[in-house]
Design a protein around this ligand. Structure first.
Ligand code: MG
Length: 284
C-alpha cells in the first residue's frame, strides 16, 4: 500500500484588453500551473510591453515542477528584475513592471496558495462568499491610507493614484523585496489576480458579484474585463481567475517533517493588521 498523496488541482481562466484609451496593451500574464501572475508594464508603449513580457518570461523560465517555493519565487523575481533593468530606457523613463499572483504550494502535506506582490496590481481571494484583498499596494495612495491622510473614497480619485513605490525595473532596486503570503487552500476557493485597470474601474462589491454569479473561470475573467472596459476602460485590464477544484491535505508525520521543504513564515508573510505603515516617500 502506498501512502496517500496530497491533491491540489485548479482550473483557471484569463482575459486581457487594451481598454478604450491606451494605444497598446502593456499588461502581460502567465496562467500555467503552478504559477499564475499578472504584470503591468510601464515606460511607453514599447518599453511597457517589453517589461511585462520580460517578467512573464523570467517566471516561465525559473519556475518548474509541481509546486512553487518561496526560494523559487525569490529567484524568479530577482531574474525578472534583472531582465527588466536590462531593457533600453527611453529619454523620459526606464521600463518597469508590477507583478502579482499566486503559486500552488505545499506545506507539510497541506495545499497552499503562495501569494506574491510587487507594485499595485492585486491578488484577491473569494472564500465562503467573501472577497478579500490579499496583497497590499505599493503605492503612494496606499501610504497615505496607512497614515490616515486620506480615506478609501479619496483614494479612488486621487490625482497621484498611479504613483507606485515598488516595481521591477523603473530605476528601482535590482533586488526588490517581494511580499509573500502563505494561505491554506480550501475547497471552493477562487483567487482573482488583476491589473489596476480592473480595480481602478470597478468596486470590490461589483467584482465580488461577478465572481459569485459566474461559475466558469474563463467566463468570469472575460466578464470582469468586459465590465471594466464598459465602465471606462481608461487603462489596460487583465484578469486571471483560479478556482480550487480538488483540495486534499495529507499532513506528514511530524517526526519526519522535512525542514528543507518548509516555508519561512516570518518576514514578509505578515498579516495586514500587524503591519507597520511604510514611511511616506520623501519623508526621510
Ligand atoms: Mg495599469
Amino acid at each position: 500500500m502506498t501512502d496517500p498523496e496530497m491533491v491540489f488541482t485548479v482550473a483557471a481562466g484569463a482575459a486581457t484588453d487594451r481598454g478604450r484609451r491606451r494605444q497598446a496593451n502593456e499588461d502581460g500574464y502567465l496562467a500555467d500551473a503552478p504559477v499564475f501572475l499578472v504584470a503591468d508594464g510601464m515606460g511607453g508603449h514599447v518599453g511597457g510591453a517589453a517589461a511585462s513580457g520580460a517578467v512573464v518570461a523570467a517566471f516561465a523560465d525559473s519556475i518548474s515542477g509541481e509546486w512553487v517555493t518561496t526560494g523559487a519565487l525569490d529567484e524568479a523575481v530577482a531574474s525578472a528584475a534583472r531582465n527588466v533593468a536590462a531593457l533600453p530606457a527611453s529619454e523620459r523613463s526606464a521600463p518597469g513592471s508590477t507583478v502579482t499572483g499566486v503559486g500552488l504550494a505545499e506545506q507539510n502535506g497541506t495545499p497552499c496558495w503562495l501569494v506574491f506582490n510587487v507594485g499595485d496590481s492585486r491578488t484577491y481571494r473569494l472564500s465562503d462568499g467573501q472577497l478579500e484583498q490579499v496583497t497590499i499596494d505599493h503605492s503612494l495612495v496606499q501610504q497615505l491610507l496607512d497614515h490616515g491622510a486620506i480615506d478609501a473614497t479619496e483614494a479612488r480619485s486621487h490625482d497621484e493614484r498611479n504613483v507606485i513605490t515598488r516595481a521591477l525595473g523603473a530605476g528601482m532596486s535590482t533586488r526588490p523585496a517581494v511580499d509573500q503570503w502563505l494561505l491554506v487552500a480550501e475547497p471552493g476557493d477562487r483567487m482573482l489576480i488583476c491589473s489596476d485597470g480592473l480595480h481602478g474601474e470597478l468596486t470590490d462589491q461589483l467584482i465580488a458579484a461577478t465572481l459569485l454569479t459566474e461559475p466558469d473561470p474563463v467566463a468570469a475573467a472575460e466578464s470582469l474585463v468586459a465590465a471594466a472596459v464598459e465602465a471606462g476602460g481608461r487603462d489596460n485590464v487583465t484578469v486571471i481567475v483560479v478556482d480550487a477544484i480538488d483540495v486534499v491535505a495529507v499532513p506528514h508525520d511530524p517526526a519526519v517533517f522535512d525542514t528543507e521543504d518548509s516555508l519561512d513564515l516570518d518576514g514578509p508573510t505578515v498579516p495586514r493588521a500587524m503591519r507597520e505603515p511604510e514611511p511616506l516617500a520623501g519623508s526621510e
